[in-house]
Design a protein around this ligand. Structure first.
Ligand code: ADP
Ligand code: MG
Length: 631
């Protein structure tokens, strides 16, 4: 190796704006728990070692002579610095610019929003989830130097920054760089001296990174012989009986970057036609990007303990919140990522894993309903996608599904509960979909059902509109929207005797008003008819019998997937005192016109929409008020 004695030019680069903002936050952070920076550095070092092992399968020459993968933490009390070094894949100059100066994903913004929402409280614990882990070292360091050499390359580079807006890049003499991999040196802040004390760093590493699958060593001072802290054995290869709950939780944390308790842990070894080990966790809370359409699954694939990809779609999309890994010996090590996608072995693993995860969730619902309820609150909206997408599992998923309803209060109801309590002769499972539960509860569409003691499911997730349309019958009952078609409620008596009084027969005046409204509003609605679903409200809109219900139309329209909505039906409560009063003024054509238009607008507002012409609405309202004030 030639030793280069020339002066190396220093290039200065500004951080991308988002990174600069993030760094400012890190530097000025008030987080009490700054230890997480070490977890993040070690996790990156371990990722780099796993990437190296994978690349070396195709190009073994990149391994050089650096030996087995390891991570070394070196303390320097005198110099007040801490170094984390790995012999993993390393970074080229361009990779450093990409990885340590920009942010590839939507991570930062999401992270900062979350931090602002949490007022900085548990901010430090969130860092790892958002792909911004590296920058957390600026919570404890004044200056960070990263020397890295891409495995197989003759060049090495130094990235250096004080975290204040810019960083520099300098070529370094390869003789002074690791043979391959990355050495990160933190010049610690005055108040971060504790990170040079061996007992304290040891404790942090064991607690936070005890199950990282690469051995970690610690050197007490520069030049000292390192001692091993963790052995880097893969937790998932150990028999279940030898793994404690704490071990599982620790491993989950280092895998997910989340600091909560997993809601469910599934660890098994499949034998027989296909051999694989799987360790899967349902997290304790939602990942920030659960509804990001680009979000990939989070199950890692290993072949004989070598990490291959985290992109193998080992679970269906509706289980995308599950974290974990599958390790199989059935695939060749040199399998390409493209081949993996088409492999029948993978299809079989996916099937087996899906069944195991679902049955574990099902079991939890039976053995620990409270824990299950919490899981459902976090992930129910995603699980319900499976009713729509996974034909094979939908019956099982419908069994798992929990609902709020008009009678549930704060409890959850199952479809089986619903059917058990259905009224005699009720052949449908009634539901109402909409944006949020409070709005749903206030919907006029429910009045007639409430009055007759018929339970209605309140569905407030957008996926609900989809699965109810394709769901098969449940125990012989089909799903029916209460905001669509005729309610057909007259066949159910009202249980409450007082309310049971026969509705007064519509008078001629009222029928006349109905005919008038039908004509006046014919451009806006497909029909105007007497309602049997309203008891207190005067009007409501319902969707025609066939086609989409109103909420589904809204969803499709806002996604640009539906040009024109069907004209709705305006239902009028002919018993309502206001309707009867309006009907009395048949002689005043202008007033009647204003009134029926206002009724339509009122129905729109109750549906969470705006009057179609706000100005005309205001003018009509004014005329009607003036008339009322005059009388
Ligand atoms: P994440 O690990 O979620 O990608 P980080 O902020 O922790 O986010 O790291 C950013 C990127 O920097 C990594 O994805 C990786 O490309 C690069 N990186 C950081 N540390 C190392 C390292 N020790 N070796 C190789 N690459 C690294
Ligand atoms: Mg990281």
């Amino acid at each position: 190796m030639t030793v280069d004695t020339e002066e190396k030019p220093i290039e200065n680069h500004a951080f991308e704006a988002d990174v600069a903002r993030l760094l400012h936050m890190m530097v000025h952070s008030v987080y009490s728990d700054k230890d997480v920076f070490l977890r993040e550095l070690i996790s990156n070092a371990a990722d780099a070692c796993e990437k190296l092992r994978y690349e070396a399968i195709a190009s073994p020459e990149i391994l050089g002579t650096s030996g087995d993968n390891r991570i070394t933490v070196t303390l320097d009390e005198e110099g007040n610095s801490l170094t984390v070094e790995d012999n993993g894949i390393g970074m080229s100059r361009d990779e450093m610019i990409d990885a340590l100066g920009t942010i590839a994903s939507s991570g930062t913004r999401a992270f900062m929003e979350r931090i602002e929402a949490s007022k900085g409280g548990d901010g430090a614990q969130l860092i790892g989830q958002f792909g911004v882990g590296f920058y957390s070292c600026f919570m404890v360091a004044d200056r960070v130097d990263v020397v890295s050499r891409r495995a197989g390359s003759m060049e090495a580079w130094l990235w250096s920054s004080d975290g204040k807006g810019s960083y520099s890049l300098t070529a370094v003499d390869p003789a002074e760089a690791p043979e391959r991999g990355t050495r990160i040196t933190l010049q610690l802040m005055e108040d971060a001296k504790t990170y040079t004390a061996r007992w304290s760093v040891e404790k942090i590493v064991k607690e936070q990174s005890g199950h990282v699958p690469v051995p970690i060593r610690i050197a007490e001072k520069p030049g000292a012989e390192p001692v091993q802290l963790t052995d880097g054995t893969a937790l998932w290869t150990r028999p279940k009986s030898e793994v404690s709950k704490e071990d599982y939780t620790d491993f989950y944390r280092s895998l997910s970057g989340q600091y909560d308790e997993p809601a469910l842990t599934v660890h098994f070894r499949a034998e027989g036609r296909h051999e694989y080990t799987a360790l899967a966790y349902v997290p304790g809370s939602q990942p920030f990007d659960m509804f990001d359409p680009d979000r990939k699954g989070r199950m890692k694939l290993y072949v004989k303990r070598v990490f291959i990809t985290d992109d193998a779609e080992l679970l269906p999309r509706y289980l995308r919140f599950v974290r974990g890994l599958v390790d199989t010996s059935d695939l060749p090590l040199n399998v390409s990522r493209e081949m993996i996608q088409e492999s029948p072995i993978l299809t079989a693993i996916r099937k087996g894993l899906t069944s195991r995860v679902l049955s574990a969730i099902e079991k939890l619902s039976e053995t620990d309903p409270d824990a299950f309820a919490k899981l459902w609150e976090e992930f129910g909206a995603v699980l319900k996608e499976g009713i729509y997408e996974d034909f094979e599992k939908r019956t099982q998923l419908m069994g798992l599904a929990r609902f709020r309803s008009t009678t549930s209060g704060e409890n959850w109801r199952t479809l089986a509960d619903y059917v058990k309590d259905a009224r005699e002769g009720q052949d449908a499972i009634y539901y109402l979909t909409g944006g949020n539960i409070d709005q749903l509860k206030a919907s006029p569409h429910l009045e007639g059902f409430r009055a007759r003691g018929i339970e209605v499911l309140l569905l407030s997730d957008s996926i609900d509109s989809f699965w109810v349309m394709s769901a098969p019958e449940f125990e012989g009952k089909s799903f029916k929207s209460v905001s669509q078609g005729g309610a057909d409620l007259s066949r159910f008596a009202k249980p409450d005797a007082a309310a049971d009084a026969e509705p007064q027969a519509p008078t001629g005046e009222v029928n006349d008003l109905l005919t008038f409204a039908r004509q006046a509003l014919s451009g806006d609605v497909s029909d105007v008819r007497a309602s049997d679903r309203l008891t207190e409200s005067a009007v409501c809109l319902v969707a025609p019998e066939s086609g989409y219900d109103r909420q589904m139309e809204k969803i499709l329209q806002s996604a640009g997937r539906l040009d024109a909505a069907e004209k709705p039906v305006l239902e009028i409560n002919l018993d309502h005192t206001m309707i009867r009063a309006i009907a009395k003024h048949a002689e005043d054509g202008a007033f009647r016109e204003d009134a029926v238009r206002l009724l339509l607008d009122q129905a729109l507002i109750l549906d969470g929409e705006k009057p179609s012409d706000p100005r005309a609405f205001a003018e009509r309202l004014q005329r009607v008020f003036e008339r009322a004030a005059r009388d």
